[in-house]
Design a protein around this ligand. Structure first.
Ligand code: C2O
Length: 357
């Protein structure tokens, strides 16, 4: 059977945990349960006339107008933390969505003691697509621009293989001090390493290795849709370990989290742990590119079917607060085609496609 959406009334305010460096499960001192309401409805994708176009965060192409809008939207979201901490559209509440679905405060309905976990399985791409969808609509609504689109960090392209400047200006809303200080862009832009342990130091070699990694996780390695998307995860299943994730989730996706996270913090907060990752605005920019990878992968011809037709997958569901603070239930089936959801990605080069090792 499909994974059922969480029951918000059962969210455990003291239930957030993580694994420490000794491999022990330890409690986190954070309550990431969302505000509670028993009014909920099934979400219907709205009709639209304009498709929102998510721009590349590459600093050579973002306009000053766009940057100003983005910063204002994030600031308004941060302001809600202060004016109404229980507003589900607030920045901290948005970050807590990730913590609640990833660090254990939710059990699966009817399965007490079995955590609901949206990572390390085929739920990874659809969950994060919905998460970004509502985050984007909330930002748009806070600045009165329904066509507003979040940027994507195209770390798969050599021109995007460094931290986007948009996030690196101290004192601006998109800045976050909890990052690896060796990786913030300065005069020389440190190159992202899409491998967790390449041991490489020469930027040219890192870029070449990144392209090889992208080729492998998108084209070379997967022999089935679940190899790329992640393993099946059904009602009552205990969460999978890391190896249940697809090639992209385990690969470039995780590498960027680790590369951005701050090694000075106990759990590499912010980006280095699920519970805190959403506290860094760059999270949503990173995940927009992860989301884009899902689309690009689907478009690459392969000798296996790209669609997962298992109804346990298609009927799995999540709960989110929308831009009007309504609690809505969404399904994986409705997240398969992002054009139906009203957005697309500005094209950018994908040199890894021809980078067969
Ligand atoms: Cu929900 Cu990048 O993790």
């Amino acid at each position: 059977d499909p994974i059922l959406p969480p029951d918000l009334s059962q969210c455990d305010p003291t239930g957030a945990t993580t694994t420490n460096s000794q491999g022990q499960v330890v409690s986190l001192d954070v309550n990431c349960c969302p505000p509670y309401t028993d009014i909920q409805s099934d979400y219907k994708l709205p009709t639209f006339t304009t498709t929102r176009v998510r721009p590349s965060a590459n600093r050579r192409t973002l306009s000053p107008e766009y940057i100003a809008k983005y910063q204002l939207a994030i600031q308004r979201m941060r302001d809600l933390d202060v004016t109404d901490p229980d507003d589900p559209r607030g920045f901290t509440q948005q970050a807590n969505v990730h913590c609640a679905y990833c660090n254990g405060p939710y059990d699966q309905p009817d399965h007490p003691g079995t955590d609901l976990q949206v990572h390390n399985s085929w739920l990874f791409f659809p969950f994060h697509r919905w998460y970004l969808y509502f985050f984007e609509r909330i930002l748009g609504s806070l600045i009165g621009d329904p066509d507003f689109a979040i940027p994507y960090w195209n770390w798969d392209n050599p021109r995007g293989m460094f931290m986007p400047e948009l996030f690196a200006v101290p004192g601006t809303p998109a800045y976050d001090a909890n990052r690896n200080q060796d990786h913030i862009p300065t005069g020389s832009n440190p190159v992202v390493d899409l491998s967790l342990n390449s041991g490489l130091t020469d930027p040219i070699q890192i870029v070449n290795n990144n392209l090889t990694i992208m080729y492998n996780e998108m084209i070379g390695t997967p022999a089935s849709a679940t190899d790329f998307m992640g393993q099946p995860y059904r009602e009552g299943d205990a969460p999978h370990s890391f190896s249940g994730g697809g090639t992209s989730e385990r690969g470039s996706h995780t590498a960027i989290h680790v590369w951005v996270g701050d090694p000075r913090n106990e759990y590499s907060e912010d980006m280095g742990n699920f519970y805190s990752a959403g506290r860094d605005p760059i999270f949503y920019c990173h995940h927009a590119n992860v989301d884009r990878m899902w689309t690009l992968w689907k478009g690459i011809p392969a000798d296996y079917p790209k669609e997962i037709t298992d109804t346990d997958f298609l009927k799995s569901a999540f709960m989110f607060y929308d831009e009007n603070k309504n609690l809505v239930r969404v399904t994986v089936a409705d997240a398969l085609d992002h054009k139906r959801m009203g957005y697309e990605y500005e094209p950018s080069n994908t040199p890894w496609m021809n980078y067969r090792p």
